[in-house]
Every structure is written in structure tokens, then in C-alpha cells.
Design a protein around this ligand. Structure first.
Ligand SMILES: Cc1ncc(COP(=O)(O)O)c(C=O)c1O
Length: 370
């Protein structure tokens, strides 16, 4: 039985006609950039995430860039973030000439450990940028309290967390600015690149709109140096169709996770992922830790592949140890949890189109790994 890590073909099958009809309408209308579907999607995603304002942009990476630029973060500034993330989180800080300052994670949740943060704050710190990794929010009560105490802004990288909540509050209310990615394999994925920047503060929203449109203050008059980063109608039309299914898809991911936990709870070669109290985790990834380090992890990955089961290592090397990012002060050994976790993690299929038999087969195959 073949089990894909992500199965976009299966996801598209039941909605193929709806997508074709929506695309036909886009071509009829021919307003390809920031058209009516983008406006509607901004409102619908904003509502889902508890944000009054939302701006569709080219990608989750651009969403981060625009979020940072809206805070006027630039040369000489520092942004504290996690080293255990997709590279875009730190990359965008660097693109603006600022420095990412890496702070260690809590190995139980893979997210920033608030207890480590204050030691990283300097007079140059402008913002904290937690990532809500794999679909659960970082500890925002603690992180926001630290930010408030030190007068720092908070940007939440919610690329993997659309629909997630903490203590009942949706992801878009957790930070001053929240960013989303619509990369095709995300819980809400488009048919190309796409992203969104969310906020409840109108002044940031005004900056998002200026920044995504070449810095224009209106027409061909420019307030600041901006970007060409607008969401297009094709993406928005498809995303709106998928958005109507997102709650059900996220529930299916949670059900698959619950089933894995039940099936794997006594398997001592691995450590199962945990959900922090108060979190509604949407399981963008179901990421186990393999006891014994990278070699054992890679051996389990090969064992799964031999049984035609997809898996992936998100992420194999902590960002602070990677070429261009090694010059921002964190040395090998400084962030031990992130460094250890990168040797242990393995993400297994959890997507909503898995059958119960497939989940059981993956669990049995893991259990048979000796
Ligand atoms: C945590 C995180 N941040 C940022 C991004 C960047 O999003 P995109 O690929 O849409 O640019 C991604 C997605 O790959 C991500 O997983």
C-alpha cells in the first residue's frame, strides 16, 4: 500500500469541477491581480484567523518580508527567532539588513522556549518572531508578556498554522502581525505560490497595502521602497474553494494524529509529538522523534521508503549552523535542543485524504522497525 507524505492529487479529485468552473470565471472576468476573489479571500481568511485586516501577497516568504518592513525593521536591528524552522523566517530578516538572533526551542513542542528569550534581548532588539511550527501555536501568553515588558513587536509566522488556536483564540489574534503561506502542500494550499499578512491594527494594514504594491501611496506616487507582491485571482479563486473544506480537512488531520498516538503509544523507538495545554493543533505535520540520533532516524526513513511510505526530515540542520546564518552569534552547542532535534525528527503522512487503513499501515511499519 503506497502512502504519500502529501497527496494533492487526492485532494483535488473531488473538487476538480468546482475549480475548473471558478477558473473559467476568472478568465471571463480577466481581473487577474488583486481582483474580487482576492478581496473576498482576504475577508474570509481574516475572519477565520480573527484578524480584521488581511493582505494577499505572493508567498509566505513575502508575507514575512512585508510584515518586517511594515515595522521598519532594517540595518542595525535584531529580531529574535527560532533556529528550528523553514529558512524563510530568518532569510527575510537578513534581506532587510537586520540580524536574526536565534533562541532555543522547547523540545516538547518544537517551538520557541519563552524561558530562553529574555537573555537574547539587547537595545537593538525590535521584534520577536515565533513560528507556530507544524501546526501548533508557540506559547504566546509567555512570549507576548516578554514582548510587552520590553516594548517589542511580535510577528507570528503562521505559515503552518492556519486554523490553529490557543486557549480558544485563533492564530491571527496571537501576535501583532501574523503571516500565512498558501504553498501547495500547506493545510490551505494554492496552485502556485501565495501568502497573506494579517493584523488587527489598521496602521500596519495600511503599510502592507503600500508595500505589496511598489510602495505606492496611490497611483504612480510612491511613499516608500516597496515590493511587487500581490496575490493573483487564480490562486484566490482556488483557495476560496479549498477554504470551505479547511475545517473538515484540519479535523481529519487531527483524527489521523489521534489514531497514530493510540497505535504508537507503546513503541519505544520513537517519541510522539505533544500538544501543549490550551493548543488546538492542526497537524500540518505529524513529527515523531527517533531515539538514537540521525543514523537511526535515517534508517527508519529508509525502512518506511522500502514499504512505499513517504516521510521527510523537517528540518535536517538548525538554521544557526548553516553557512550564511552562522555569523549571527550563535555557535555550535549554543542551542542544544534545536541541534539535537534536527537529528531526531521525522514527519510522517498525516494529510486529510489518508484512510484509517493507511494510518494503521504506517503505524505498523514504524512499530516493526527494530
Ligand atoms: C515556517 C514557514 N515559514 C515561511 C514559509 C514560506 O512560505 P512560502 O513557501 O509560501 O514562501 C514556509 C513555507 O514553506 C514555512 O513553513
Amino acid at each position: 500500500m503506497k502512502v504519500e507524505l502529501a497527496d494533492i492529487k487526492a485532494q483535488h479529485k473531488p473538487i476538480a469541477q468546482e475549480i475548473k468552473d471558478a477558473l473559467a470565471n476568472v478568465f471571463e472576468d480577466c481581473r487577474f491581480i488583486l481582483g474580487p476573489n482576492v478581496t473576498a479571500l482576504e475577508q474570509e481568511v481574516g475572519e477565520l484567523c480573527g484578524a480584521k485586516y488581511a493582505a494577499g501577497v505572493n508567498s509566505g516568504t513575502d508575507a514575512l518580508l512585508i510584515a518586517l518592513a511594515s515595522l521598519n525593521i532594517g540595518p542595525g536591528d535584531e529580531v529574535i527567532t527560532t533556529p528550528f524552522t523553514f529558512v524563510a523566517t530568518a532569510e527575510t530578516v537578513c534581506q532587510l539588513g537586520a540580524s536574526p538572533i536565534f533562541s532555543d526551542i522547547d523540545p516538547a513542542t518544537f517551538n520557541l522556549d519563552p524561558a530562553q528569550l529574555e537573555a537574547r534581548i539587547t537595545p537593538r532588539t525590535k521584534a520577536i518572531m515565533p513560528v507556530h511550527l507544524f501546526g501548533q501555536l508557540a506559547d504566546m501568553t509567555a512570549i507576548n508578556a516578554i514582548a510587552k515588558k520590553h516594548g517589542l513587536a511580535v510577528i507570528g509566522d503562521g505559515a503552518q498554522a492556519i486554523g490553529a488556536k490557543q486557549n480558544g483564540a485563533p492564530v491571527g489574534t496571537a501576535t501583532d502581525i501574523t503571516t500565512l503561506s498558501f504553498y501547495p502542500t500547506k493545510n490551505l494550499g494554492g496552485v502556485g505560490d501565495g501568502g497573506m499578512v494579517l493584523t488587527n491594527d489598521e496602521k500596519y494594514f495600511e503599510e502592507f497595502k503600500v508595500l505589496r504594491f511598489h510602495g505606492s501611496g496611490g497611483g504612480y506616487f510612491y511613499k516608500r521602497i516597496g515590493y511587487c507582491s500581490r496575490l493573483d485571482e487564480i490562486q484566490a479563486a482556488v483557495l476560496r474553494i479549498k477554504l470551505r473544506r479547511l475545517a473538515a480537512w484540519n479535523e481529519a488531520r487531527k483524527a489521523n494524529s489521534t489514531r497514530y498516538i493510540e497505535r504508537l503509544k507503546d513503541v519505544d523507538t520513537i517519541i510522539l509529538p505533544t500538544t501543549a495545554p490550551g493548543n488546538d493543533h492542526i497537524f500540518h505535520q505529524f513529527t515523531i522523534r527517533v531515539q538514537g540520533g540521525a543514523e537511526r532516524r535515517d534508517a527508519l526513513k529508509a525502512h518506511l521508503a522500502a514499504h512505499e511510505i513517504g516521510s521527510a526530515v523537517f528540518y535536517p540542520l538548525s538554521i544557526h549552523l548553516q553557512g550564511p546564518y552562522a555569523s549571527f552569534g550563535a555557535k555550535p552547542g549554543d542551542l542544544p535542543h534545536s541541534e539535537q532535534i534536527t537529528n531526531e525528527v521525522l514527519s510522517i503522512p498525516v494529510h486529510p485524504d489518508l484512510t484509517a487503513d493507511q494510518v494503521d499501515f504506517v503505524a505498523e511499519t514504524i512499530a516493526s522497525f527494530k
